[in-house]
Design a protein around this ligand. Structure first.
Ligand code: ZN
Length: 235
């Protein structure tokens, strides 16, 4: 099990290494710049892929982690391409919640084409509940993360209707650097003709930025109502 994990403010759970960066790299950088402790929990290795290998993906993940300057990152070692929200996986992930005690969880959006992503959402929701149980064999003390928010890293031509959009104009370049660390996923073997994968990402971020009157934005969803401490948070 994990040795001396830090206590986190936010934990982003990703089915594969790169989903956290794609879906909410900007929000991660913003939270860190505000002094919050942010971790990423990758559920699987993400491999095999056409141009990757376990070693390459590990190196790329380390480079992305460095670009974001994450507080903590861990790979749960669950099976890629056959991720399932099993009882054993639920206990494992709930144990990690109990040890790292994040206030907020960020999970993949619930509607997707990739079965691993759908399984990840179900797993996070079940583990959040499981984490608060007493009289169990799980490590740490019972703990219930206050909120789950959902980021969009979706293999489906969705037109999202997000519940909020975060201004990530100042974080965009760092987010891009973390994504470009995954050369085997987003550069190698892809067409260099515009629009490239990165062009599309920028267009998307600009679209969400336009929706809230800034340069770049990142959309999020929530099943539960979103609480505000002050209307000054609105703009
Ligand atoms: Zn993925």
């Amino acid at each position: 099990m994990i040795e001396n994990p830090p206590q986190l403010d936010a934990l982003v759970i990703a089915p594969h290494p790169d989903d956290a960066e794609l879906g909410m790299g900007g929000a991660i950088v913003k939270m860190l710049s505000e002094g919050l402790k942010v971790g990423v929990l990758d559920l699987t290795s993400g491999e095999p892929t056409p141009f990757g290998s376990p070693e390459i993906r590990r190196e790329e993940t380390a480079a992305a982690t460095q670009a974001l300057d994450l507080t903590w990152r861990y790979n749960a070692g669950l099976p890629n391409r056959s991720l399932e929200p099993t009882l054993a996986a639920r206990e494992l992930i709930a144990g990690i919640f109990r040890l790292t005690r994040p206030r907020w969880l960020f999970a993949p959006y619930w509607e997707d084409a990739h079965p691993d992503h759908i399984a990840a959402t179900a797993l996070v929701e079940a583990a959040r509940f499981w984490s608060k149980l007493s009289k169990t064999e799980m490590p740490g003390d019972p703990y219930h993360p206050e909120r789950i928010y959902y980021y969009y890293c979706v293999h489906l031509k969705l037109t999202p209707q997000p519940d909020f959009i975060l201004d990530i104009s100042d974080q965009w370049e760092t987010k891009l650097k973390s994504i470009e660390a995954y050369q085997s996923q987003f550069v190698v073997g892809r067409s260099a003709e515009p629009p490239t994968f990165v062009d599309r990402l920028r267009d998307e971020a600009a679209y969400w930025g336009k929706a809230i009157g800034c340069r770049y934005g990142e959309p999020f969803a929530s099943r539960e109502p979103i609480a505000l401490r002050s209307l000054r948070e609105l703009f």
